[in-house]
Design a protein around this ligand. Structure first.
Ligand code: 2HA
Ligand code: ZN
Length: 300
């Protein structure tokens, strides 16, 4: 081999080694991760994420996984059992906030507070392939997110990719004073603000108080998410699903804003019946004119 051959050989090896490190767009710079980080920052500015409250997960597309692979750990974490199981998510990849991570820290150090996890071929465990630096784990609510992703993916023919959990003040306050059923909550919100029936035409589900982080609350929420794309957890918070970051954030924002108006109106009225709300016929008219497929069982 002449000098130039071996020089070329060394050069090729150097380039391919370097490629493993630098080729492609860093995960933090990819569009889906920018959307993920922005939602965390926006939720924090809304006041929905005290301490490590709330969490976010995003089911990645195959193209996004391919774009990220060069940056995945050579040695992923060990498999972490989920305690629940979903066949339709076998081999999927999720971007997730970390257990104990504060939403306000996500933009400052994304690779520490956020991770990418791979679901096992058996659909009942995950391992960290990127981020969650120094041994971080996915959010304690990942079993709930995982079960709900499974149900929402089925209910929307794969369109739903995001689950967002937050602790918005007014929604949680209402769970202390209103009967904990979907019809009562949905009607209260639909009738107080016109945009509500447009933003959540199927209504909102309600789960009574339960211990967070376990399989029981995961199953109860997943069952309701077959019908609703938002579910309230009594004395805790709200879960919203969406096809993209804007729709998941927008749903959370709309429900909390309507709850805020409801609380204010109730305070102004000292708890009595409201003088004016949108009538059931008014709600029917919105559905008719905007061609909304609403949950009619919630109308009188
Ligand atoms: O991630 O919000 O429900 C912290 C929580 C648990
Ligand atoms: Zn919570």
């Amino acid at each position: 081999m002449g000098f130039f051959d071996s020089a070329q050989d060394v050069f090729d090896k150097g380039v391919s080694a370097a490629k493993g490190v630098v080729s492609g767009v860093a995960i933090e710079q990819q569009a889906f991760m920018k959307g993920f980080v922005r939602l965390c920052a926006d939720g924090w500015s809304q006041g929905w994420h005290e301490r490590n409250g709330g969490n976010l997960t995003y089911r990645m597309t195959e193209a996004e996984v391919a774009d990220c692979r060069a940056f995945f750990y050579e040695n992923p974490s060990e498999w972490i059992p989920l305690g629940v199981h979903a066949d339709n998510l076998r081999g999927a990849f999720f971007a997730v906030t970390g257990a104990g991570s504060y939403m306000r820290n996500v933009p400052l150090d994304t690779a520490r507070n956020v991770g990418i996890v791979e679901i096992s071929a058996t659909g009942d465990a995950c391992r960290v392939v990127w981020g969650l630096k120094d041994g971080g784990r996915p959010t304690s609510e990942f079993p709930s997110h995982f079960m709900i992703h499974s149900v929402r993916a089925n209910a929307t023919s794969g369109a739903s990719r995001i689950l967002y959990h937050a602790h918005p003040v007014n929604v949680v306050a209402l769970t202390s004073v209103m009967p904990l059923d979907a019809r009562t909550f949905t009607r209260a919100l639909w009738k107080i603000m016109t945009e509500c029936i447009i933003a959540f035409p199927k209504g909102v589900g309600v789960v009574p108080w339960m211990v967070p982080g376990g399989a029981e609350i995961a199953m109860a929420t997943a069952e309701l998410m077959k019908t609703y794309d938002a579910v309230i957890w009594a004395q805790h918070g709200l879960f919203c699903s969406g096809a993209d970051f804007d729709s998941a954030f927008g749903l959370m924002h709309t429900i909390e804003k309507a709850a805020d108006i409801y609380v204010k109106a109730r305070l102004l009225n000292e708890g009595g019946d409201f003088a004016n709300t949108i009538s059931d016929d008014g709600l029917r008219a919105i559905a008719r004119d905007l061609r909304l497929n609403i949950n009619v069982s919630f109308l009188d």
